[in-house]
Design a protein around this ligand. Structure first.
Ligand code: UDP
Ligand code: MG
Length: 147
């Protein structure tokens, strides 16, 4: 089933200048980017976005990290996009992530872990609407450009 998923290139990737590589890994797994913007999350926005984790010991430092520097927020489309992106992203903790996953290659630790990907259809719907209006998303169309 064609799905959409919300991917954030987190501030650590931007600081390490591997944002392009993170996006490249998602393109390489066959997903199509259909929306993109660079922004810096405010503290309240980061708190709201990660509201499901409120009360956990890592919530405050996570919010501080996510609002510390700019990030790239994107929407990707494709068959089984949510699961596919989570597979290429890898485990939350890079020490547990499989080889060739984004987090294995580019994350620093289980907080500064390079990228966010929606974990379910419901989360994806909420997270996409959190950042994008309908007009800011450009549905995928088959277009093959040849030399
Ligand atoms: N996180 C953290 N410490 C932890 C677990 C998670 O700082 O012990 C951060 C990390 O940046 C992670 C985010 O909180 O990506 C959301 O956690 P979640 O368990 O939802 O992981 P994800 O879905 O991103 O793999
Ligand atoms: Mg999560």
């Amino acid at each position: 089933m064609t799905e959409r998923t919300l991917i954030i290139v987190k501030p650590d990737s931007m600081s390490k200048r591997v944002g392009g590589k993170v996006l490249n890994a998602l393109e390489s797994c066959g997903l199509q980017m259909v929306a993109c913007k660079m922004l810096q999350l405010s503290r309240p926005s980061a708190e709201d976005f990660y509201g499901e984790h409120k009360g956990k010991e890592f919530y405050e430092p996570l919010v501080a990290f996510m609002s510390s520097n700019p990030c790239i927020v994107t929407v990707w489309e494709g068959a089984g996009a949510i699961k596919k992106a989570r597979e290429v992203i890898g485990a939350t903790d890079p020490a547990q992530a499989k080889d060739d996953t984004i987090r294995k290659m580019y994350a620093t630790d289980n907080r500064h872990n390079a990228v966010h990907g929606s974990d379910s259809f419901k989360s994806a719907e909420r997270e996409i609407a959190f950042f994008f209006n309908h007009e800011e998303i450009f549905p995928w169309q088959e277009k093959i450009y040849k030399k």
